[in-house]
Design a protein around this ligand. Structure first.
Ligand code: LMR
Length: 397
């Protein structure tokens, strides 16, 4: 019965972890998957998370099923974080929010909902985007199309081309947007560019789906919500997936959320009910540990402040690595402009290295970056950065 089943060759990002793990080179560096490591190369457990985990251990909470859509306190805290506690959309109860299995789970549940209720909608993703966006939406039955985004000539955004492209799309299609820290390029629209883009998206009656996996790693937790809050203020109904994998270092707990901003409370209740039905059919209810942790961090003022501080430290360390990499490369490869490294934001840099140069980094130096040239800056530290910069300089010259 399995003779026609095709082998899945693996994921271009996650597959790098396996290769890295078996590489015997003591100088190997993992800059593939989007995971934040501290300056010692360790995956941090945030102090705010440690505090909550100690409390949870003492509370001896029985391992009951969670509600299909997750803990109510967690869901409310997600809304406050995304839109602001006092926002009219939050206060009026017109946002449906479900706890999800990380950001990917939120995308998949959202994709299922849209495809079920709006089967004629296509989705447009940026060129390039995170590869799994395409897989997730195709997996839900969508035809995935691309909109212009990255300009290799300037290492920037193709803003004019993008605006023109949006102008010719039909109403009712979905536009997948990255509100901050674009994956893989690290290139985000400015606030005024967001204003222009969202105005066109509104005029054309397109529907934004904002994938918000890196909140806090761009400017800060609040400023990174600019595009989301702007869209709500413009009167959009929209979808937002968010994740605590990166900003709370809770990767394996699979903790995220899907929020759907609706016109009124009544419709939000109906949407919420359908999202629960999807969850019931997919996996019934979310795992509890991550929900409990994030609930307690976000709903306690002291822990929230501590978290904010810890996110700031992560963001600033990434910035410092960007500047150091820029400094070393600028002096070792004269005549080439590396200023893009300090302009890009978030965990990733689109280095411009081609697949041959990426392969050389791996085979000659045991430095693992994604084949499209995406490097996870958050894997650099003061001990490996010069090695990486020198290796980059060698493959570039
Ligand atoms: C990444 O882009 O590296 C992360 O979002 C991890 C993943 O699942 O691909």
């Amino acid at each position: 019965m399995f003779q026609n089943v095709r082998y899945y060759p693996g994921d271009p990002i996650l597959g790098l972890i396996d290769k890295y793990n078996v590489d015997p080179n003591p100088n190997k560096v993992n800059l593939g998957v989007g995971v934040y490591y501290d300056n010692e190369g360790r995956l941090p457990i945030l102090e705010c998370v440690k505090t909550v985990e100690k409390q949870l251990a003492q509370q001896n909470i029985p391992h009951n099923y969670l509600p299909m859509d997750g803990l109510a306190g967690y869901r409310q805290a997600c809304q406050n974080l995304l839109f602001g506690t006092q926002h009219e959309a939050v206060q009026s109860g017109r946002i449906a929010t479900i706890a999800s299995l990380g950001g990917s789970g939120a995308l998949r549940v959202g994709a299922e909902f849209i495809h079920q209720w709006f089967p004629r909608a296509n989705i447009y993703v940026s060129n390039p985007t995170w590869g799994n966006h395409i897989s997730i939406f195709e997996g839900a039955g969508f035809t995935v199309k691309k909109y212009p985004y990255y300009d290799p000539a300037t290492n920037g955004l193709k803003i004019e081309e993008l605006k023109q492209f949006l102008q010719q799309l039909d109403a009712g299609n979905i536009i997948l947007l990255h509100p901050c820290c674009h994956n893989p390029t690290g290139i985000d629209p400015t606030a005024s560019e967001w204003d222009e883009l969202l105005t066109i998206i509104k005029e054309k009656k397109l529907i934004p789906f904002m994938d918000f996996a890196y909140q806090g790693l761009g400017d800060d937790l609040e400023q990174d919500t600019y595009a989301i809050r702007k869209a709500v203020d413009l009167g959009f109904c929209l979808y937002i997936s968010n994740s605590f994998s990166k900003n709370m270092s809770l990767y394996g707990e699979r903790v995220g959320a899907l929020s759907v901003v609706c016109p009124n409370q009544e419709q939000a209740k109906i949407v919420q009910s359908q999202l629960k039905f999807i969850i019931r059919r997919f996996y019934s209810s979310p795992p509890g540990h991550g929900n409990y942790i994030v609930d307690q961090v976000l709903n306690n003022a002291d822990l929230f402040n501590q978290w904010q501080q810890e996110v700031t430290e992560m963001r600033e360390r990434i910035h410092a690595m960007r500047f150091r990499l820029h400094e070393v490369l600028q002096s070792s490869v004269p005549g080439r402009d590396f200023s893009f490294l300090t302009k890009q934001r978030g965990m990733f840099s689109f280095t411009g290295l081609n697949s041959e140069q990426v392969a050389r980094l791996q085979s000659e130096f045991s430095i693992y970056i994604v084949e499209n040239g995406r490097m996870c800056i958050a894997g650099l530290n003061t001990k490996n950065i010069d090695y990486v910069a020198e290796a980059m300089a060698k493959v570039l010259t």
